[in-house]
Design a protein around this ligand. Sequence first.
Ligand SMILES: C[S@@+](CC[C@H](N)C(=O)[O-])C[C@H]1O[C@@H](n2cnc3c(N)ncnc32)[C@H](O)[C@@H]1O
Length: 317
Amino acid sequence: MVAVRMIEETNKHLPVMLQEVVDNLALKTDGVYVDATFGRGGHAAAILSKLGPNGKLIAFDKDPIAVAFAKQRMGSDPRFTIFHGSFSTMQKQLEKLNYFGKVSGILLDLGVSSPQLDEAERGFSFMREGNLDMRMNTEEGIDAAEWIAKVEEQELAKVLFEYGEERYGRRIARAIVEKRKELPITTTKQLADIVSAAIPRWEKGKHPATRSFLAIRIAVNQELEDLKKGLTQSLEALEQKGRLLVISFHSLEDRIVKRFIQTGERGEDFPAGLPIKYDRYRPSMKRVGRAIKPSEQEVAENPRARSAILRIAEKLL
Ligand SMILES: C[S@@+](CC[C@H](N)C(=O)[O-])C[C@H]1O[C@@H](n2cnc3c(N)ncnc32)[C@H](O)[C@@H]1O
């Protein structure tokens, strides 16, 4: 009962660019679709509402609470299946269902959901005092507290600089390593305070710990590795003319998505003489339209949508 009540209390997540997603998936009533990041199912519900009795929606989420929510809300719909785990396991799961290579559309709505950010005990937010967890999948891997306790200073500085684009990465890493000698860093507030004190000049309108929290979250959840695997598998999972839609929320993710589509458009470059199949040189997808951003009205109604960017590609081969 506790689990169900918790889900009810934390079920608010406004799906970003919902209409744009539905329009660009070009839904066919009997198609097979993948929602790779179920969250609270806003996009999933809209997709299901457009499918006929023979349509299918296969969903994934790393977060056990999102999966429990999905089962509670949509589990009785025979057109719907959800897997607990990363979308980087998509190939394996779709092959089991015999849908690999037959999917009409895939949505990756990256990052964290509002309930994950809003629940203090998940540890994603520097605005809320909570345990420093930050894992989307609370059933595997090490949490942020353990990661911070073990990471080498150089590696930490690199993560802060590369994933958070934090120019004071080295100073922050030094401060964290010094502080953890005195006391384990186990709460969001401790980390936010250490980071804030280590930064000499704060960016206007931005909490000083924003970049560091993002960077550590990306590292703990291996988000960029998952994204690269997820994109490659998505392309292979699609049928010809199938659509891939990706919503990203920061420049690092968006760059990976943009480059993936660009590479697919021109075909991969291989050094001459390698025994590569001819297919690999040919374009495997084409970009559909320009990148889409949420309307001013959507951002006013849902400020968390402000940094979202939607890119769409269509499979050619
Ligand atoms: C922005 S929310 C998705 C919101 C969803 N579209 C909706 O309408 O409610 C992102 C979700 O994706 C999940 N997630 C992030 N990376 C994932 C991955 N690699 N594999 C599976 N789920 C992932 C998170 O746990 C979170 O629930």
